[in-house]
Design a protein around this ligand. Structure first.
Ligand code: B4P
Length: 194
């Protein structure tokens, strides 16, 4: 089993690159953002609570997203590996994920961290907000709040994996194809070694 985390601030290209990587490597895509948006679309109680938080640009409580990831792991016992997109986003989530993967004896192989400037992030999210219908993308204050949450609570997750030497920075600006090739290069090195 090969497990990897695609990491980066909101708008860094995690969702965009994940779609391409899962096709190439046959990994199961686990995006907590997508799982939460599915709950919102189904108008479940969890979805209604999550929407209020997401519309403020804040992070949904750890126990909610950890529960969703735990269920998704249980539902896919035969997966070749998992690509975690947008998770973990706090130190508590990172520790919980490590414990869940310990049970499977399949730790995180690598965290690929997309580096994108603050200005470019805001431009991308504002642009996506024009067409996506995502209520958290069409308000500049909410976008800035998401980026603040990232700096206050999520950036430390890279420090957590860095202590195990698992973080690789990848330039997240440029063409989608060039960034994809750079990510594949890093994955291939590790997959072939495992
Ligand atoms: P997510 O769904 O994870 O959303 P995101 O970080 O905004 O998106 P992503 O980074 O994947 O966007 P992408 O770059 O692909 O989270 C949404 C909300 O859910 C959070 O704010 C939080 O409230 C909640 N949440 C999710 N997970 C959570 C967790 N674990 N704990 C707590 N709360 C959680 O796309 C951005 C845009 O850039 C796209 O329009 C794309 O086309 C464009 N783009 C991509 N690559 C580009 C490139 N190279 N050049 C130009 N444009 C590019």
């Amino acid at each position: 089993m090969f497990n990897l985390i695609l990491f980066g601030p909101p708008g860094s290209g995690k969702g965009t690159q994940s779609e391409k990587l899962i096709v190439k490597y046959g990994l199961k895509h686990l995006s907590t953002g997508d799982l939460l948006r599915t709950e919102i679309a189904r108008q479940t109680q969890l979805g209604q609570e999550a929407k209020k938080i997401m519309d403020k640009g804040q992070l949904v409580p750890d126990e909610v997203v950890i529960g969703m990831i735990s269920s998704a792991l249980d539902e896919n016992p035969n997966a070749k590996g998992f690509l975690f997109d947008g998770f973990p986003r706090t130190s508590a989530q990172a520790e919980a994920l490590d414990k869940l993967l310990e049970l499977k004896k399949a730790p995180i192989a690598v965290m690929l961290a997309l580096a994108v400037s603050g200005e470019e992030l805001v431009n991308r999210l504002v642009k996506r907000g024009e067409t996506s219908g995502r209520s958290d993308d069409n308000n500049g204050n909410v976008i800035r709040a998401r980026i603040m949450e990232y700096h206050n609570k999520t950036a430390v997750v890279a420090d957590y994996y860095n202590q195990f030497g698992k973080v690789v920075m990848v330039k997240g600006e440029g063409s989608i194809e060039n960034i994809f090739q750079a990510l594949c290069h890093e994955i291939d090195i590790r997959m072939n070694a495992s």
